[in-house]
Ligand binder design. Structure first.
Ligand code: SF4
Length: 260
């Protein structure tokens, strides 16, 4: 999957951050992967210049300013979409899926993350961002002062593309049938687009120049495009600019990152 995160003027990488199938098939590889993940998380903390991420006790869990009116209706409508996606055959991606991956987290939130599409682990579990990139995303979310279940996380496409490739425009277009009402129902105060694919499909990539860290708007909702966590796993030097993007998001939400 091409989690694009290239700086302007650099060629985009086509090398996947990891191959989940290989990890799952080889226990030694899996152990190495866990160790590598832990090291990457430590690097992420060092990149931020702090002594550590907020511990769970110190993380402020947002209460989303009270349950939104019509909250049960919101969840019921999202559930209808979830069930429809599970049976969907609108594009060819349905042929290879184990489970469709609709979303995880709290739809009564002010903050939504949109990624590209499910990988191996996500396809197996039916949940987005549950692999190594998901663990890094959880740390990023915690650093912002949110609980991992206090935000809402979804993808441009709900079914895993073969070999984790980037979804084709036609596939993304077909799956907008779900993404558009999903985001309109949740209606957050800000969206973080993880990777260029998500940013493009939320139409916040300028025709030329830098795309990361430049505020855009999707149907009246501010969108911050930033690098995908899978890209950060292989290019940790970009964690600092991503953290700056996330801090900009916090400012729009009138929130502060917990003191570390
Ligand atoms: S990716 Fe989206 S549009 Fe394509 S089959 Fe899956 S749910 Fe349907």
């Amino acid at each position: 999957m091409e989690y694009e995160g290239s700086e302007p003027g650099t060629a985009k990488s086509t090398k996947p951050a990891y191959t989940p199938t290989e990890v799952a098939a080889d226990p030694e590889n899996e152990l190495a992967s866990v160790i590598a993940g832990a090291q990457e998380l430590l690097q992420w903390e060092e990149t931020l210049g702090g002594t550590g991420f907020p511990t769970p006790e110190r993380v402020a869990i947002p209460t989303s300013e009270g349950a939104r009116e019509g909250s049960e209706d919101l969840r019921a409508r999202l559930q209808v979409l979830t069930e429809e996606a599970a049976e969907c055959t609108r594009c060819d991606l349905h042929r290879g899926r184990t489970k469709s991956v609709f979303a995880r987290g709290n739809p009564d939130t002010d903050l939504v993350f949109v990624g590209e599409g499910p990988g191996y682990n996500e396809d197996q579990q039916g949940l987005p961002f549950v692999g190594r990139a998901g663990q890094l995303l959880d740390r990023m979310i915690a650093a912002m002062g949110y609980d991992r279940e206090g935000v809402y996380i979804c993808n441009v496409v709900k079914c895993r593309p073969p070999e984790n490739r980037t979804p084709l425009p036609t596939e993304a277009q077909a799956c907008a049938h779900f993404l558009v009402p999903q985001l309109e129902l949740v209606k957050p105060k800000a969206i973080v687009a993880l990777g260029r694919c998500a940013a493009e499909n939320l139409e916040v990539v300028p025709p030329a120049g830098r795309w990361r860290g430049i505020w855009g708007e999707w149907r009246g909702i501010p969108v911050m495009p930033t690098y995908h966590p899978a890209f950060l796993l292989r290019s940790p030097q970009f964690k600092k600019p991503v953290w700056e993007d996330l801090q900009a998001v916090l400012r729009v939400l009138n929130r502060e990152a917990p003191k570390r």
